[in-house]
Design a protein around this ligand. Sequence first.
Ligand code: AMP
Length: 379
Amino acid sequence: MSEAILPGATIGILGSGQLGRMTASAARRLGYRVHTLSPDRDTPTGHLADREVTAAYEDLDAVAAFARDVDVLTFEFENVPSATTDCAEALVPVRPAGRVLHVCQHRLREKRFLHDNGFPVTPYREVPDRAALDEAVAALGLPAVLKTAGFGYDGKGQAVVRDQDELEAAWAGLGGGEAVLEALVDFDCEVSVIAARSVAGEFAHWGVVANDHRDHILDVSVPQAAVAEAVRERAVAVAQGILEALDVVGVLCVEFFLRRDGELLVNELAPRPHNSGHFSFDASVTSQFEQQVRAVCGLPLGSTELLRPAAMANLLGELWDGGEPDWSAALRDPGVKLHLYGKAGARPGRKMGHLVAFGSDRDDARRRAVAARAALGGS
Ligand code: AMP
């Protein structure tokens, strides 16, 4: 059993967005120091870090210098090259390990891992080239979803294809790289399980979260989803199996489609805190961000109990279309908490912040979160 990395030590975060920012906030509260490395300057994580290093993830001299300066290294962004994690792993504990990122950053590796380990996964075919695409369509039928194998998130690098014309357009749009064709799942709803595993192998989870997407981007998340008990148990068991099979140390989110017949299919894995777990920052005894710090530092995991019914609504860049939103309008409901990530450029679809609302039950909380966001105006 390895020694705990105790408060006072320095946590290094690769990536510098809002996930790192909230992890840094939790780390600082626990008394850790935080360094962040990314190609950007003046970043959401950098604002809260003791040190912000600006370097490419491929700059192995900078990565080695960064790793030597910290006691443990973690991520808030999974699209980091293996050469980078290999370089860091030679110098400092890296949690989760680079091989976890390697699997999760590439849709085909991820799907092969899920399939080979008996986890339920959306029907798919590998598409290494144009000829394979026709075979994949013959096997799965249309409509289907064509996705790039690497570097996809928030619906980027994917297109729904319903006929031959859309297929040609989608293939041309991908630019010829390795791809995956998935059956278009006629789901009842989308849910996620955010879970954590400690160095000692303890497991914790925040239950099943109901997620609504708009334009392929998460819109609203509500914990304690209204699903049958058998679905809840199955979702948590699949998540636990995945964290164990990957030997994850840290937080990992499993995103599922729940079909009308009650069957769960894994859509995606995110080996880090996840947008659908943001409610936990305000509403749980231990947030996903604090849990990430506890897990990667070898501390015991904290309780994930929900303190009160809550819901989260994302604030995307289009809210700024008419100028700076009127924040006081959203805060008129005293049960609403505002989180802004300190990003300068509000582009449409860019995650700029979120609201968490409390309520008497999950429907009331959801209503309040959506109403508070509507009070901000915007499109
Ligand atoms: P992804 O980036 O793969 O998580 O996709 C983003 C969103 O697109 C998902 O949360 C779904 O709402 C939708 N989507 C992606 N793949 C599929 C699929 N195979 N069937 C139905 N909807 C999908």
